[in-house]
Design a protein around this ligand. Structure first.
Ligand code: HEC
Ligand code: HEC
Ligand code: HEC
Ligand code: HEC
Ligand code: HEC
Ligand code: HEC
Ligand code: HEC
Ligand code: HEC
Length: 655
């Protein structure tokens, strides 16, 4: 009878299924795919009437993120054209007008990749190869545009403890933000992709929404004032920013089909700090809330007083069409970006008094101290968009960089503290609270609980910090965390409610049930999904009474979420477990097998094999269970309690 133990083990595994929300952005085909493209006309059509905007846009980086290989290749495929990496070697060469990468792996295996697309042109250029199964592989050799040399992409892509290198498939992880009106076209049966998109960049309609209605209307009646197209300036600041944030902030996609003007939180959930708890070796966010990796500007600006009190949005400082910084005259003296609002600091005397650096020194530029070069990724640094003030104490204690020693590289953080105490005696105290709490929380140290709760409840903290606090509280069992999280279910901020609901799926408390039920009617899909997920994890599979309808609807939304991302291994595993808790073991088995089939070399593969074993055991098919557990151990010799489960199965077989 001991094999029974496996069943609770499997159920509690849904708890681990929290990884459900922990996926890199991805996407997949669903029956409604064709609809998303309805009503789009493409940039050429827009340009036929808006010539100037089109001209500007054509010069922008937005218009050329990926490009068909050919004239757009920046890398040297002729002279200095080999690299070595951990025993593998790569040769890049040109033959008959085509570009190729020859990869010789450590074990001698040789693979030839044709370059079909370039990706990027500013700092780095990746090369994409379309494989026979439709996967668009991001090849390892990458061109450093500024230094004019090759490097292996694992130098900039975190791989963690699992592997030397991580293979990226552009049409699984990347394409959402790099092209327009895309259709992933993944088919789980054949495990192939037929990915398509309308333009190889960010076209007009990615920011304005579909323009067919407008184009036709303007053709027929050029004098109408009912334009039928989104003017982003007509949106309130927070929503207007989402036009850009759809790509300029890491997030999980919860539903396909976002268009500017629609509710962002019906489609996306930004990945806040807790999301990276297992990847803390290379998180995109510093523990004080500021950004560490690139393309995170939205989550940074959400924290800035300039946005919160001043309503500064991306287009306050960036021209959306010409877009490219090099071509924007304001960036020759960036202080003008700030003095449009900080008028008093446009007077020279005031500036000198404020910055304590000679006018004209780089140390006197507003962005020197308030948007330091601390965001790092492409072997090069980018400007921190949280527009905050330097806190060298965080460098001393938590290795978070500060503006002063980002420039004064020969000085210590202590030195900066001393000068700041002299120059800015009234600067805010207590600004190490965030870093202290989040560094502890990442180690699941109970000492963090009080500070996390204090930040969660503090209305003067920004939503990224409060949401992250709610996320980390999910790591702590017990009433204290539970009560704080329950309180946060009624928070006015979507991200806080969503994180609190997700955390309550971990810190399960019966007292949360009533409020979670209420959230089934939340106006934001991401909150409803997290609420129903928490309820299901608490074992509530059906609901009677007034909430029955809302519960059913939220459940179908959750099922749609599972089904809309057919190529994401973790989501397949979670769908399997969702079936399993409903007693649908055969369907569960099928999803776990799908997960394994997707990517048998990935770090999720042992998990898929493990669940296949668990499900076979639940079905009483012990031989199959054993062989799946063996497979699990081949993939990862220490995977969870696999060995214990094998013992249990062997015992059961004896009986
Ligand atoms: C047949 C000509 C025509 C086409 C095609 C066309 N537009 Fe327009 N559009 C106009 C005219 C005319 C106006 C009103 C005057 C103006 O603002 O230039 C306008 C206005 C706009 C506005 C401002 C709306 C407002 O509320 O003020 C936006 C934004 C816009 N167009 C975007 C687009 C985009 C994006 C496309 C392609 C999907 C497009 N247009 C295609 C003619 C056209
Ligand atoms: C959430 C949206 C999003 C996703 C998903 C995404 N990117 Fe990007 N990517 C961006 C944005 C925004 C930029 C522009 C950042 C900048 O210019 O600072 C960018 C820029 C880049 C650049 C820099 C190009 C240059 O010109 O230097 C590279 C390379 C890149 N991305 C690769 C990838 C790869 C590989 C993936 C998938 C593994 C990926 N991106 C997924 C949004 C995204
Ligand atoms: C990266 C997002 C983005 C892209 C791409 C983009 N736009 Fe815009 N567009 C905006 C924003 C934001 C505004 C409002 C702010 C402004 O007017 O500068 C705007 C405003 C406009 C306006 C109204 C201008 C006015 O004076 O009222 C027109 C017309 C327009 N865009 C046309 C186009 C066309 C045509 C394209 C493609 C060739 C395009 N846009 C591409 C974001 C974008
Ligand atoms: C208060 C002004 C301001 C606001 C608001 C602002 N930016 Fe910036 N942004 C800058 C400055 C300054 C730079 C650095 C330019 C340079 O490199 O010289 C920059 C750089 C960037 C870069 C290029 C990063 C790099 O170095 O490669 C991107 C991408 C970007 N901003 C996107 C955004 C987005 C998206 C938003 C809105 C969420 C936004 N910005 C809001 C001022 C601003
Ligand atoms: C559909 C995704 C998407 C949207 C929407 C989008 N961006 Fe971008 N943005 C990108 C990508 C990808 C790049 C990198 C392009 C490259 O390097 O070739 C980029 C680059 C940039 C840059 C860097 C330019 C430079 O010179 O380095 C700025 C600034 C920027 N975007 C601002 C904005 C603003 C402002 C908006 C909203 C009005 C916006 N973006 C909307 C994807 C997007
Ligand atoms: C659209 C208007 C606007 C723009 C543009 C703007 N700010 Fe601000 N900023 C504000 C407002 C409003 C506040 C809040 C002031 C207050 O609390 O009294 C603020 C606050 C700040 C603070 C205090 C932050 C804190 O955490 O206390 C700093 C620093 C700052 N801004 C720097 C800048 C810099 C540097 C730039 C240019 C890169 C800039 N701002 C651009 C409106 C703006
Ligand atoms: C050498 C570093 C440095 C430079 C350069 C700098 N600041 Fe500051 N700024 C600080 C520090 C430190 C604080 C916090 C001081 C305090 O609160 O007493 C601060 C605070 C602020 C604040 C919030 C408090 C207030 O005074 O309202 C604003 C707004 C601000 N700075 C804007 C600017 C602008 C605009 C520029 C460019 C003209 C600029 N800063 C340049 C270091 C700098
Ligand atoms: C963007 C770069 C930059 C930033 C940020 C910056 N400085 Fe400086 N700093 C300089 C430069 C350059 C000089 C030399 C003065 C000149 O331009 O003649 C300088 C000079 C100084 C000096 C006097 C000379 C010395 O080295 O003793 C002190 C003290 C100083 N900075 C402290 C700070 C502190 C404290 C901060 C943070 C609040 C800071 N700086 C931020 C660039 C910077």
């Amino acid at each position: 009878m001991r094999v029974r133990n496996i069943i609770p083990a499997a159920c509690s595994l849904l708890i681990l299924a929290l990884a459900l929300w922990l996926q890199p952005p991805s996407s997949g085909a669903s029956p409604s795919t064709a609809d998303w493209r309805k009503g789009y006309v493409g940039s050429e059509t827009c340009g036929s009437c808006h010539e100037q905007k089109h001209q500007e846009w054509r010069q922008s980086l937005h218009s050329r993120m990926i490009q068909p290989a050919g004239n757009h290749i920046l890398g040297d495929f002729e002279k200095s054209n080999t690299i070595n990496h951990k025993g593998a070697s790569f040769r890049m060469f040109k033959k008959e007008e085509a570009f190729w990468v020859e990869e010789k792996q450590r074990d001698g295996k040789q693979v030839l990749y044709k370059v079909d697309y370039t990706l990027g042109s500013k700092r780095n250029q990746h090369y994409i190869s379309l494989r026979p199964d439709g996967r668009m592989r991001v090849l390892f050799p990458t061109w450093d545009v500024r230094q004019g040399k090759w490097f292996h992409s694992s130098e900039i892509i975190p791989t963690g403890h699992h592997a030397d290198v991580s293979i990226q498939y552009w049409n699984q992880h990347c394409y959402n933000c790099h092209v327009s009106q895309k259709d992933q076209g993944f088919d789980i049966q054949s495990n192939t992709y037929r990915t398509s998109f309308t333009e190889t960049g960010i076209n007009c309609e990615m920011c304005h929404g579909p323009g067919q209605l407008h184009s036709e209307r303007m053709k027929k009646d050029p004098d109408t004032l009912d334009f039928g197209i989104l003017h982003p300036s007509s949106l309130p600041p927070a929503e207007q920013m989402m036009v850009c944030v759809q790509c300029h902030t890491p997030r999980v996609i919860v539903q396909h089909g976002f268009q500017p003007g629609k509710n962002y939180y019906d489609y996306y959930m930004p990945t806040l700090m807790h999301f990276y708890i297992e990847r803390w070796y290379d998180p995109p966010i510093w523990p004080d809330g500021r950004m560490r990796r690139f393309a995170t500007e939205g989550a940074a600006l959400w924290q800035s007083q300039c946005f919160l009190k001043g309503e500064a949005t991306c287009i306050t400082c960036h021209e959306p069409h010409l877009n490219t910084i090099k071509r924007d005259a304001r960036y020759r003296d960036t202080d003008v970006l700030c003095s449009q609002c900080h008028k008093s600091l446009s007077q020279e005397a005031e500036v000198a008094g404020h910055t304590h650096h000679p006018l004209g020194s780089t140390g006197s530029q507003c962005i020197g101290c308030h948007m330091p070069l601390e965001t790092n990724m492409m072997q090069d640094q980018q400007r921190d968009h949280s527009i905050s003030t330097p806190v060298p104490e965080n460098t001393l204690k938590y290795a978070v960089p500060n503006a002063c020693t980002t420039c004064h590289t020969d000085q210590t953080a202590d030195w900066a503290v001393q000068w700041m105490d002299r120059w800015y005696p009234d600067r805010p105290k207590g600004s190490t609270r965030r870093a202290e709490a989040f560094v502890q929380a990442q180690q699941r140290d109970p000492a963090a609980i009080d500070a996390l709760i204090a930040m969660l409840k503090d209305p003067s903290e920004n939503v990224v910090i409060r949401g992250s606090a709610a996320g980390f509280l999910g790591e702590y069992q017990g009433e204290k965390a539970a009560q704080a999280l329950i309180g946060a279910l009624g928070d006015p901020e979507v991200m806080v409610r969503a994180e609190a609901a997700r955390s309550l799926s971990e810190v399960q408390s019966p007292q949360a049930l009533a409020l979670l039920r209420k959230l089934l009617r939340d106006s934001n899909r991401v909150v409803r999904l997290n609420a129903v997920f928490a309820l299901v994890k608490m074992g509530i599979l059906e609901m009677k009474g007034p909430e029955a309808d809302a519960f059913q609807r939220a459940k179908s939304e959750l099922e749609q979420f599972f089904n809309d991302f057919p190529d994401v291994q973790d989501i397949r595993i979670n769908l399997g477990t969702y079936h399993a808790v409903h007693g649908r073991y055969l369907l569960a088995l099928q999803e776990y097998k799908n997960a394994l089939k997707l990517h048998s070399e990935s770090r999720h593969a042992p998990k898929a094999a493990y669940y296949i074993g668990v499900t076979y055991a639940q079905l009483g098919l012990y031989n199959q269970a054993l062989s799946s557990f063996e497979k699990t151990l081949q993939l990862d010799p220490d995977f969870r309690n696999t060995r214990d489960l094998m013992e249990q199965v062997r015992d059961a077989m004896k009986q």
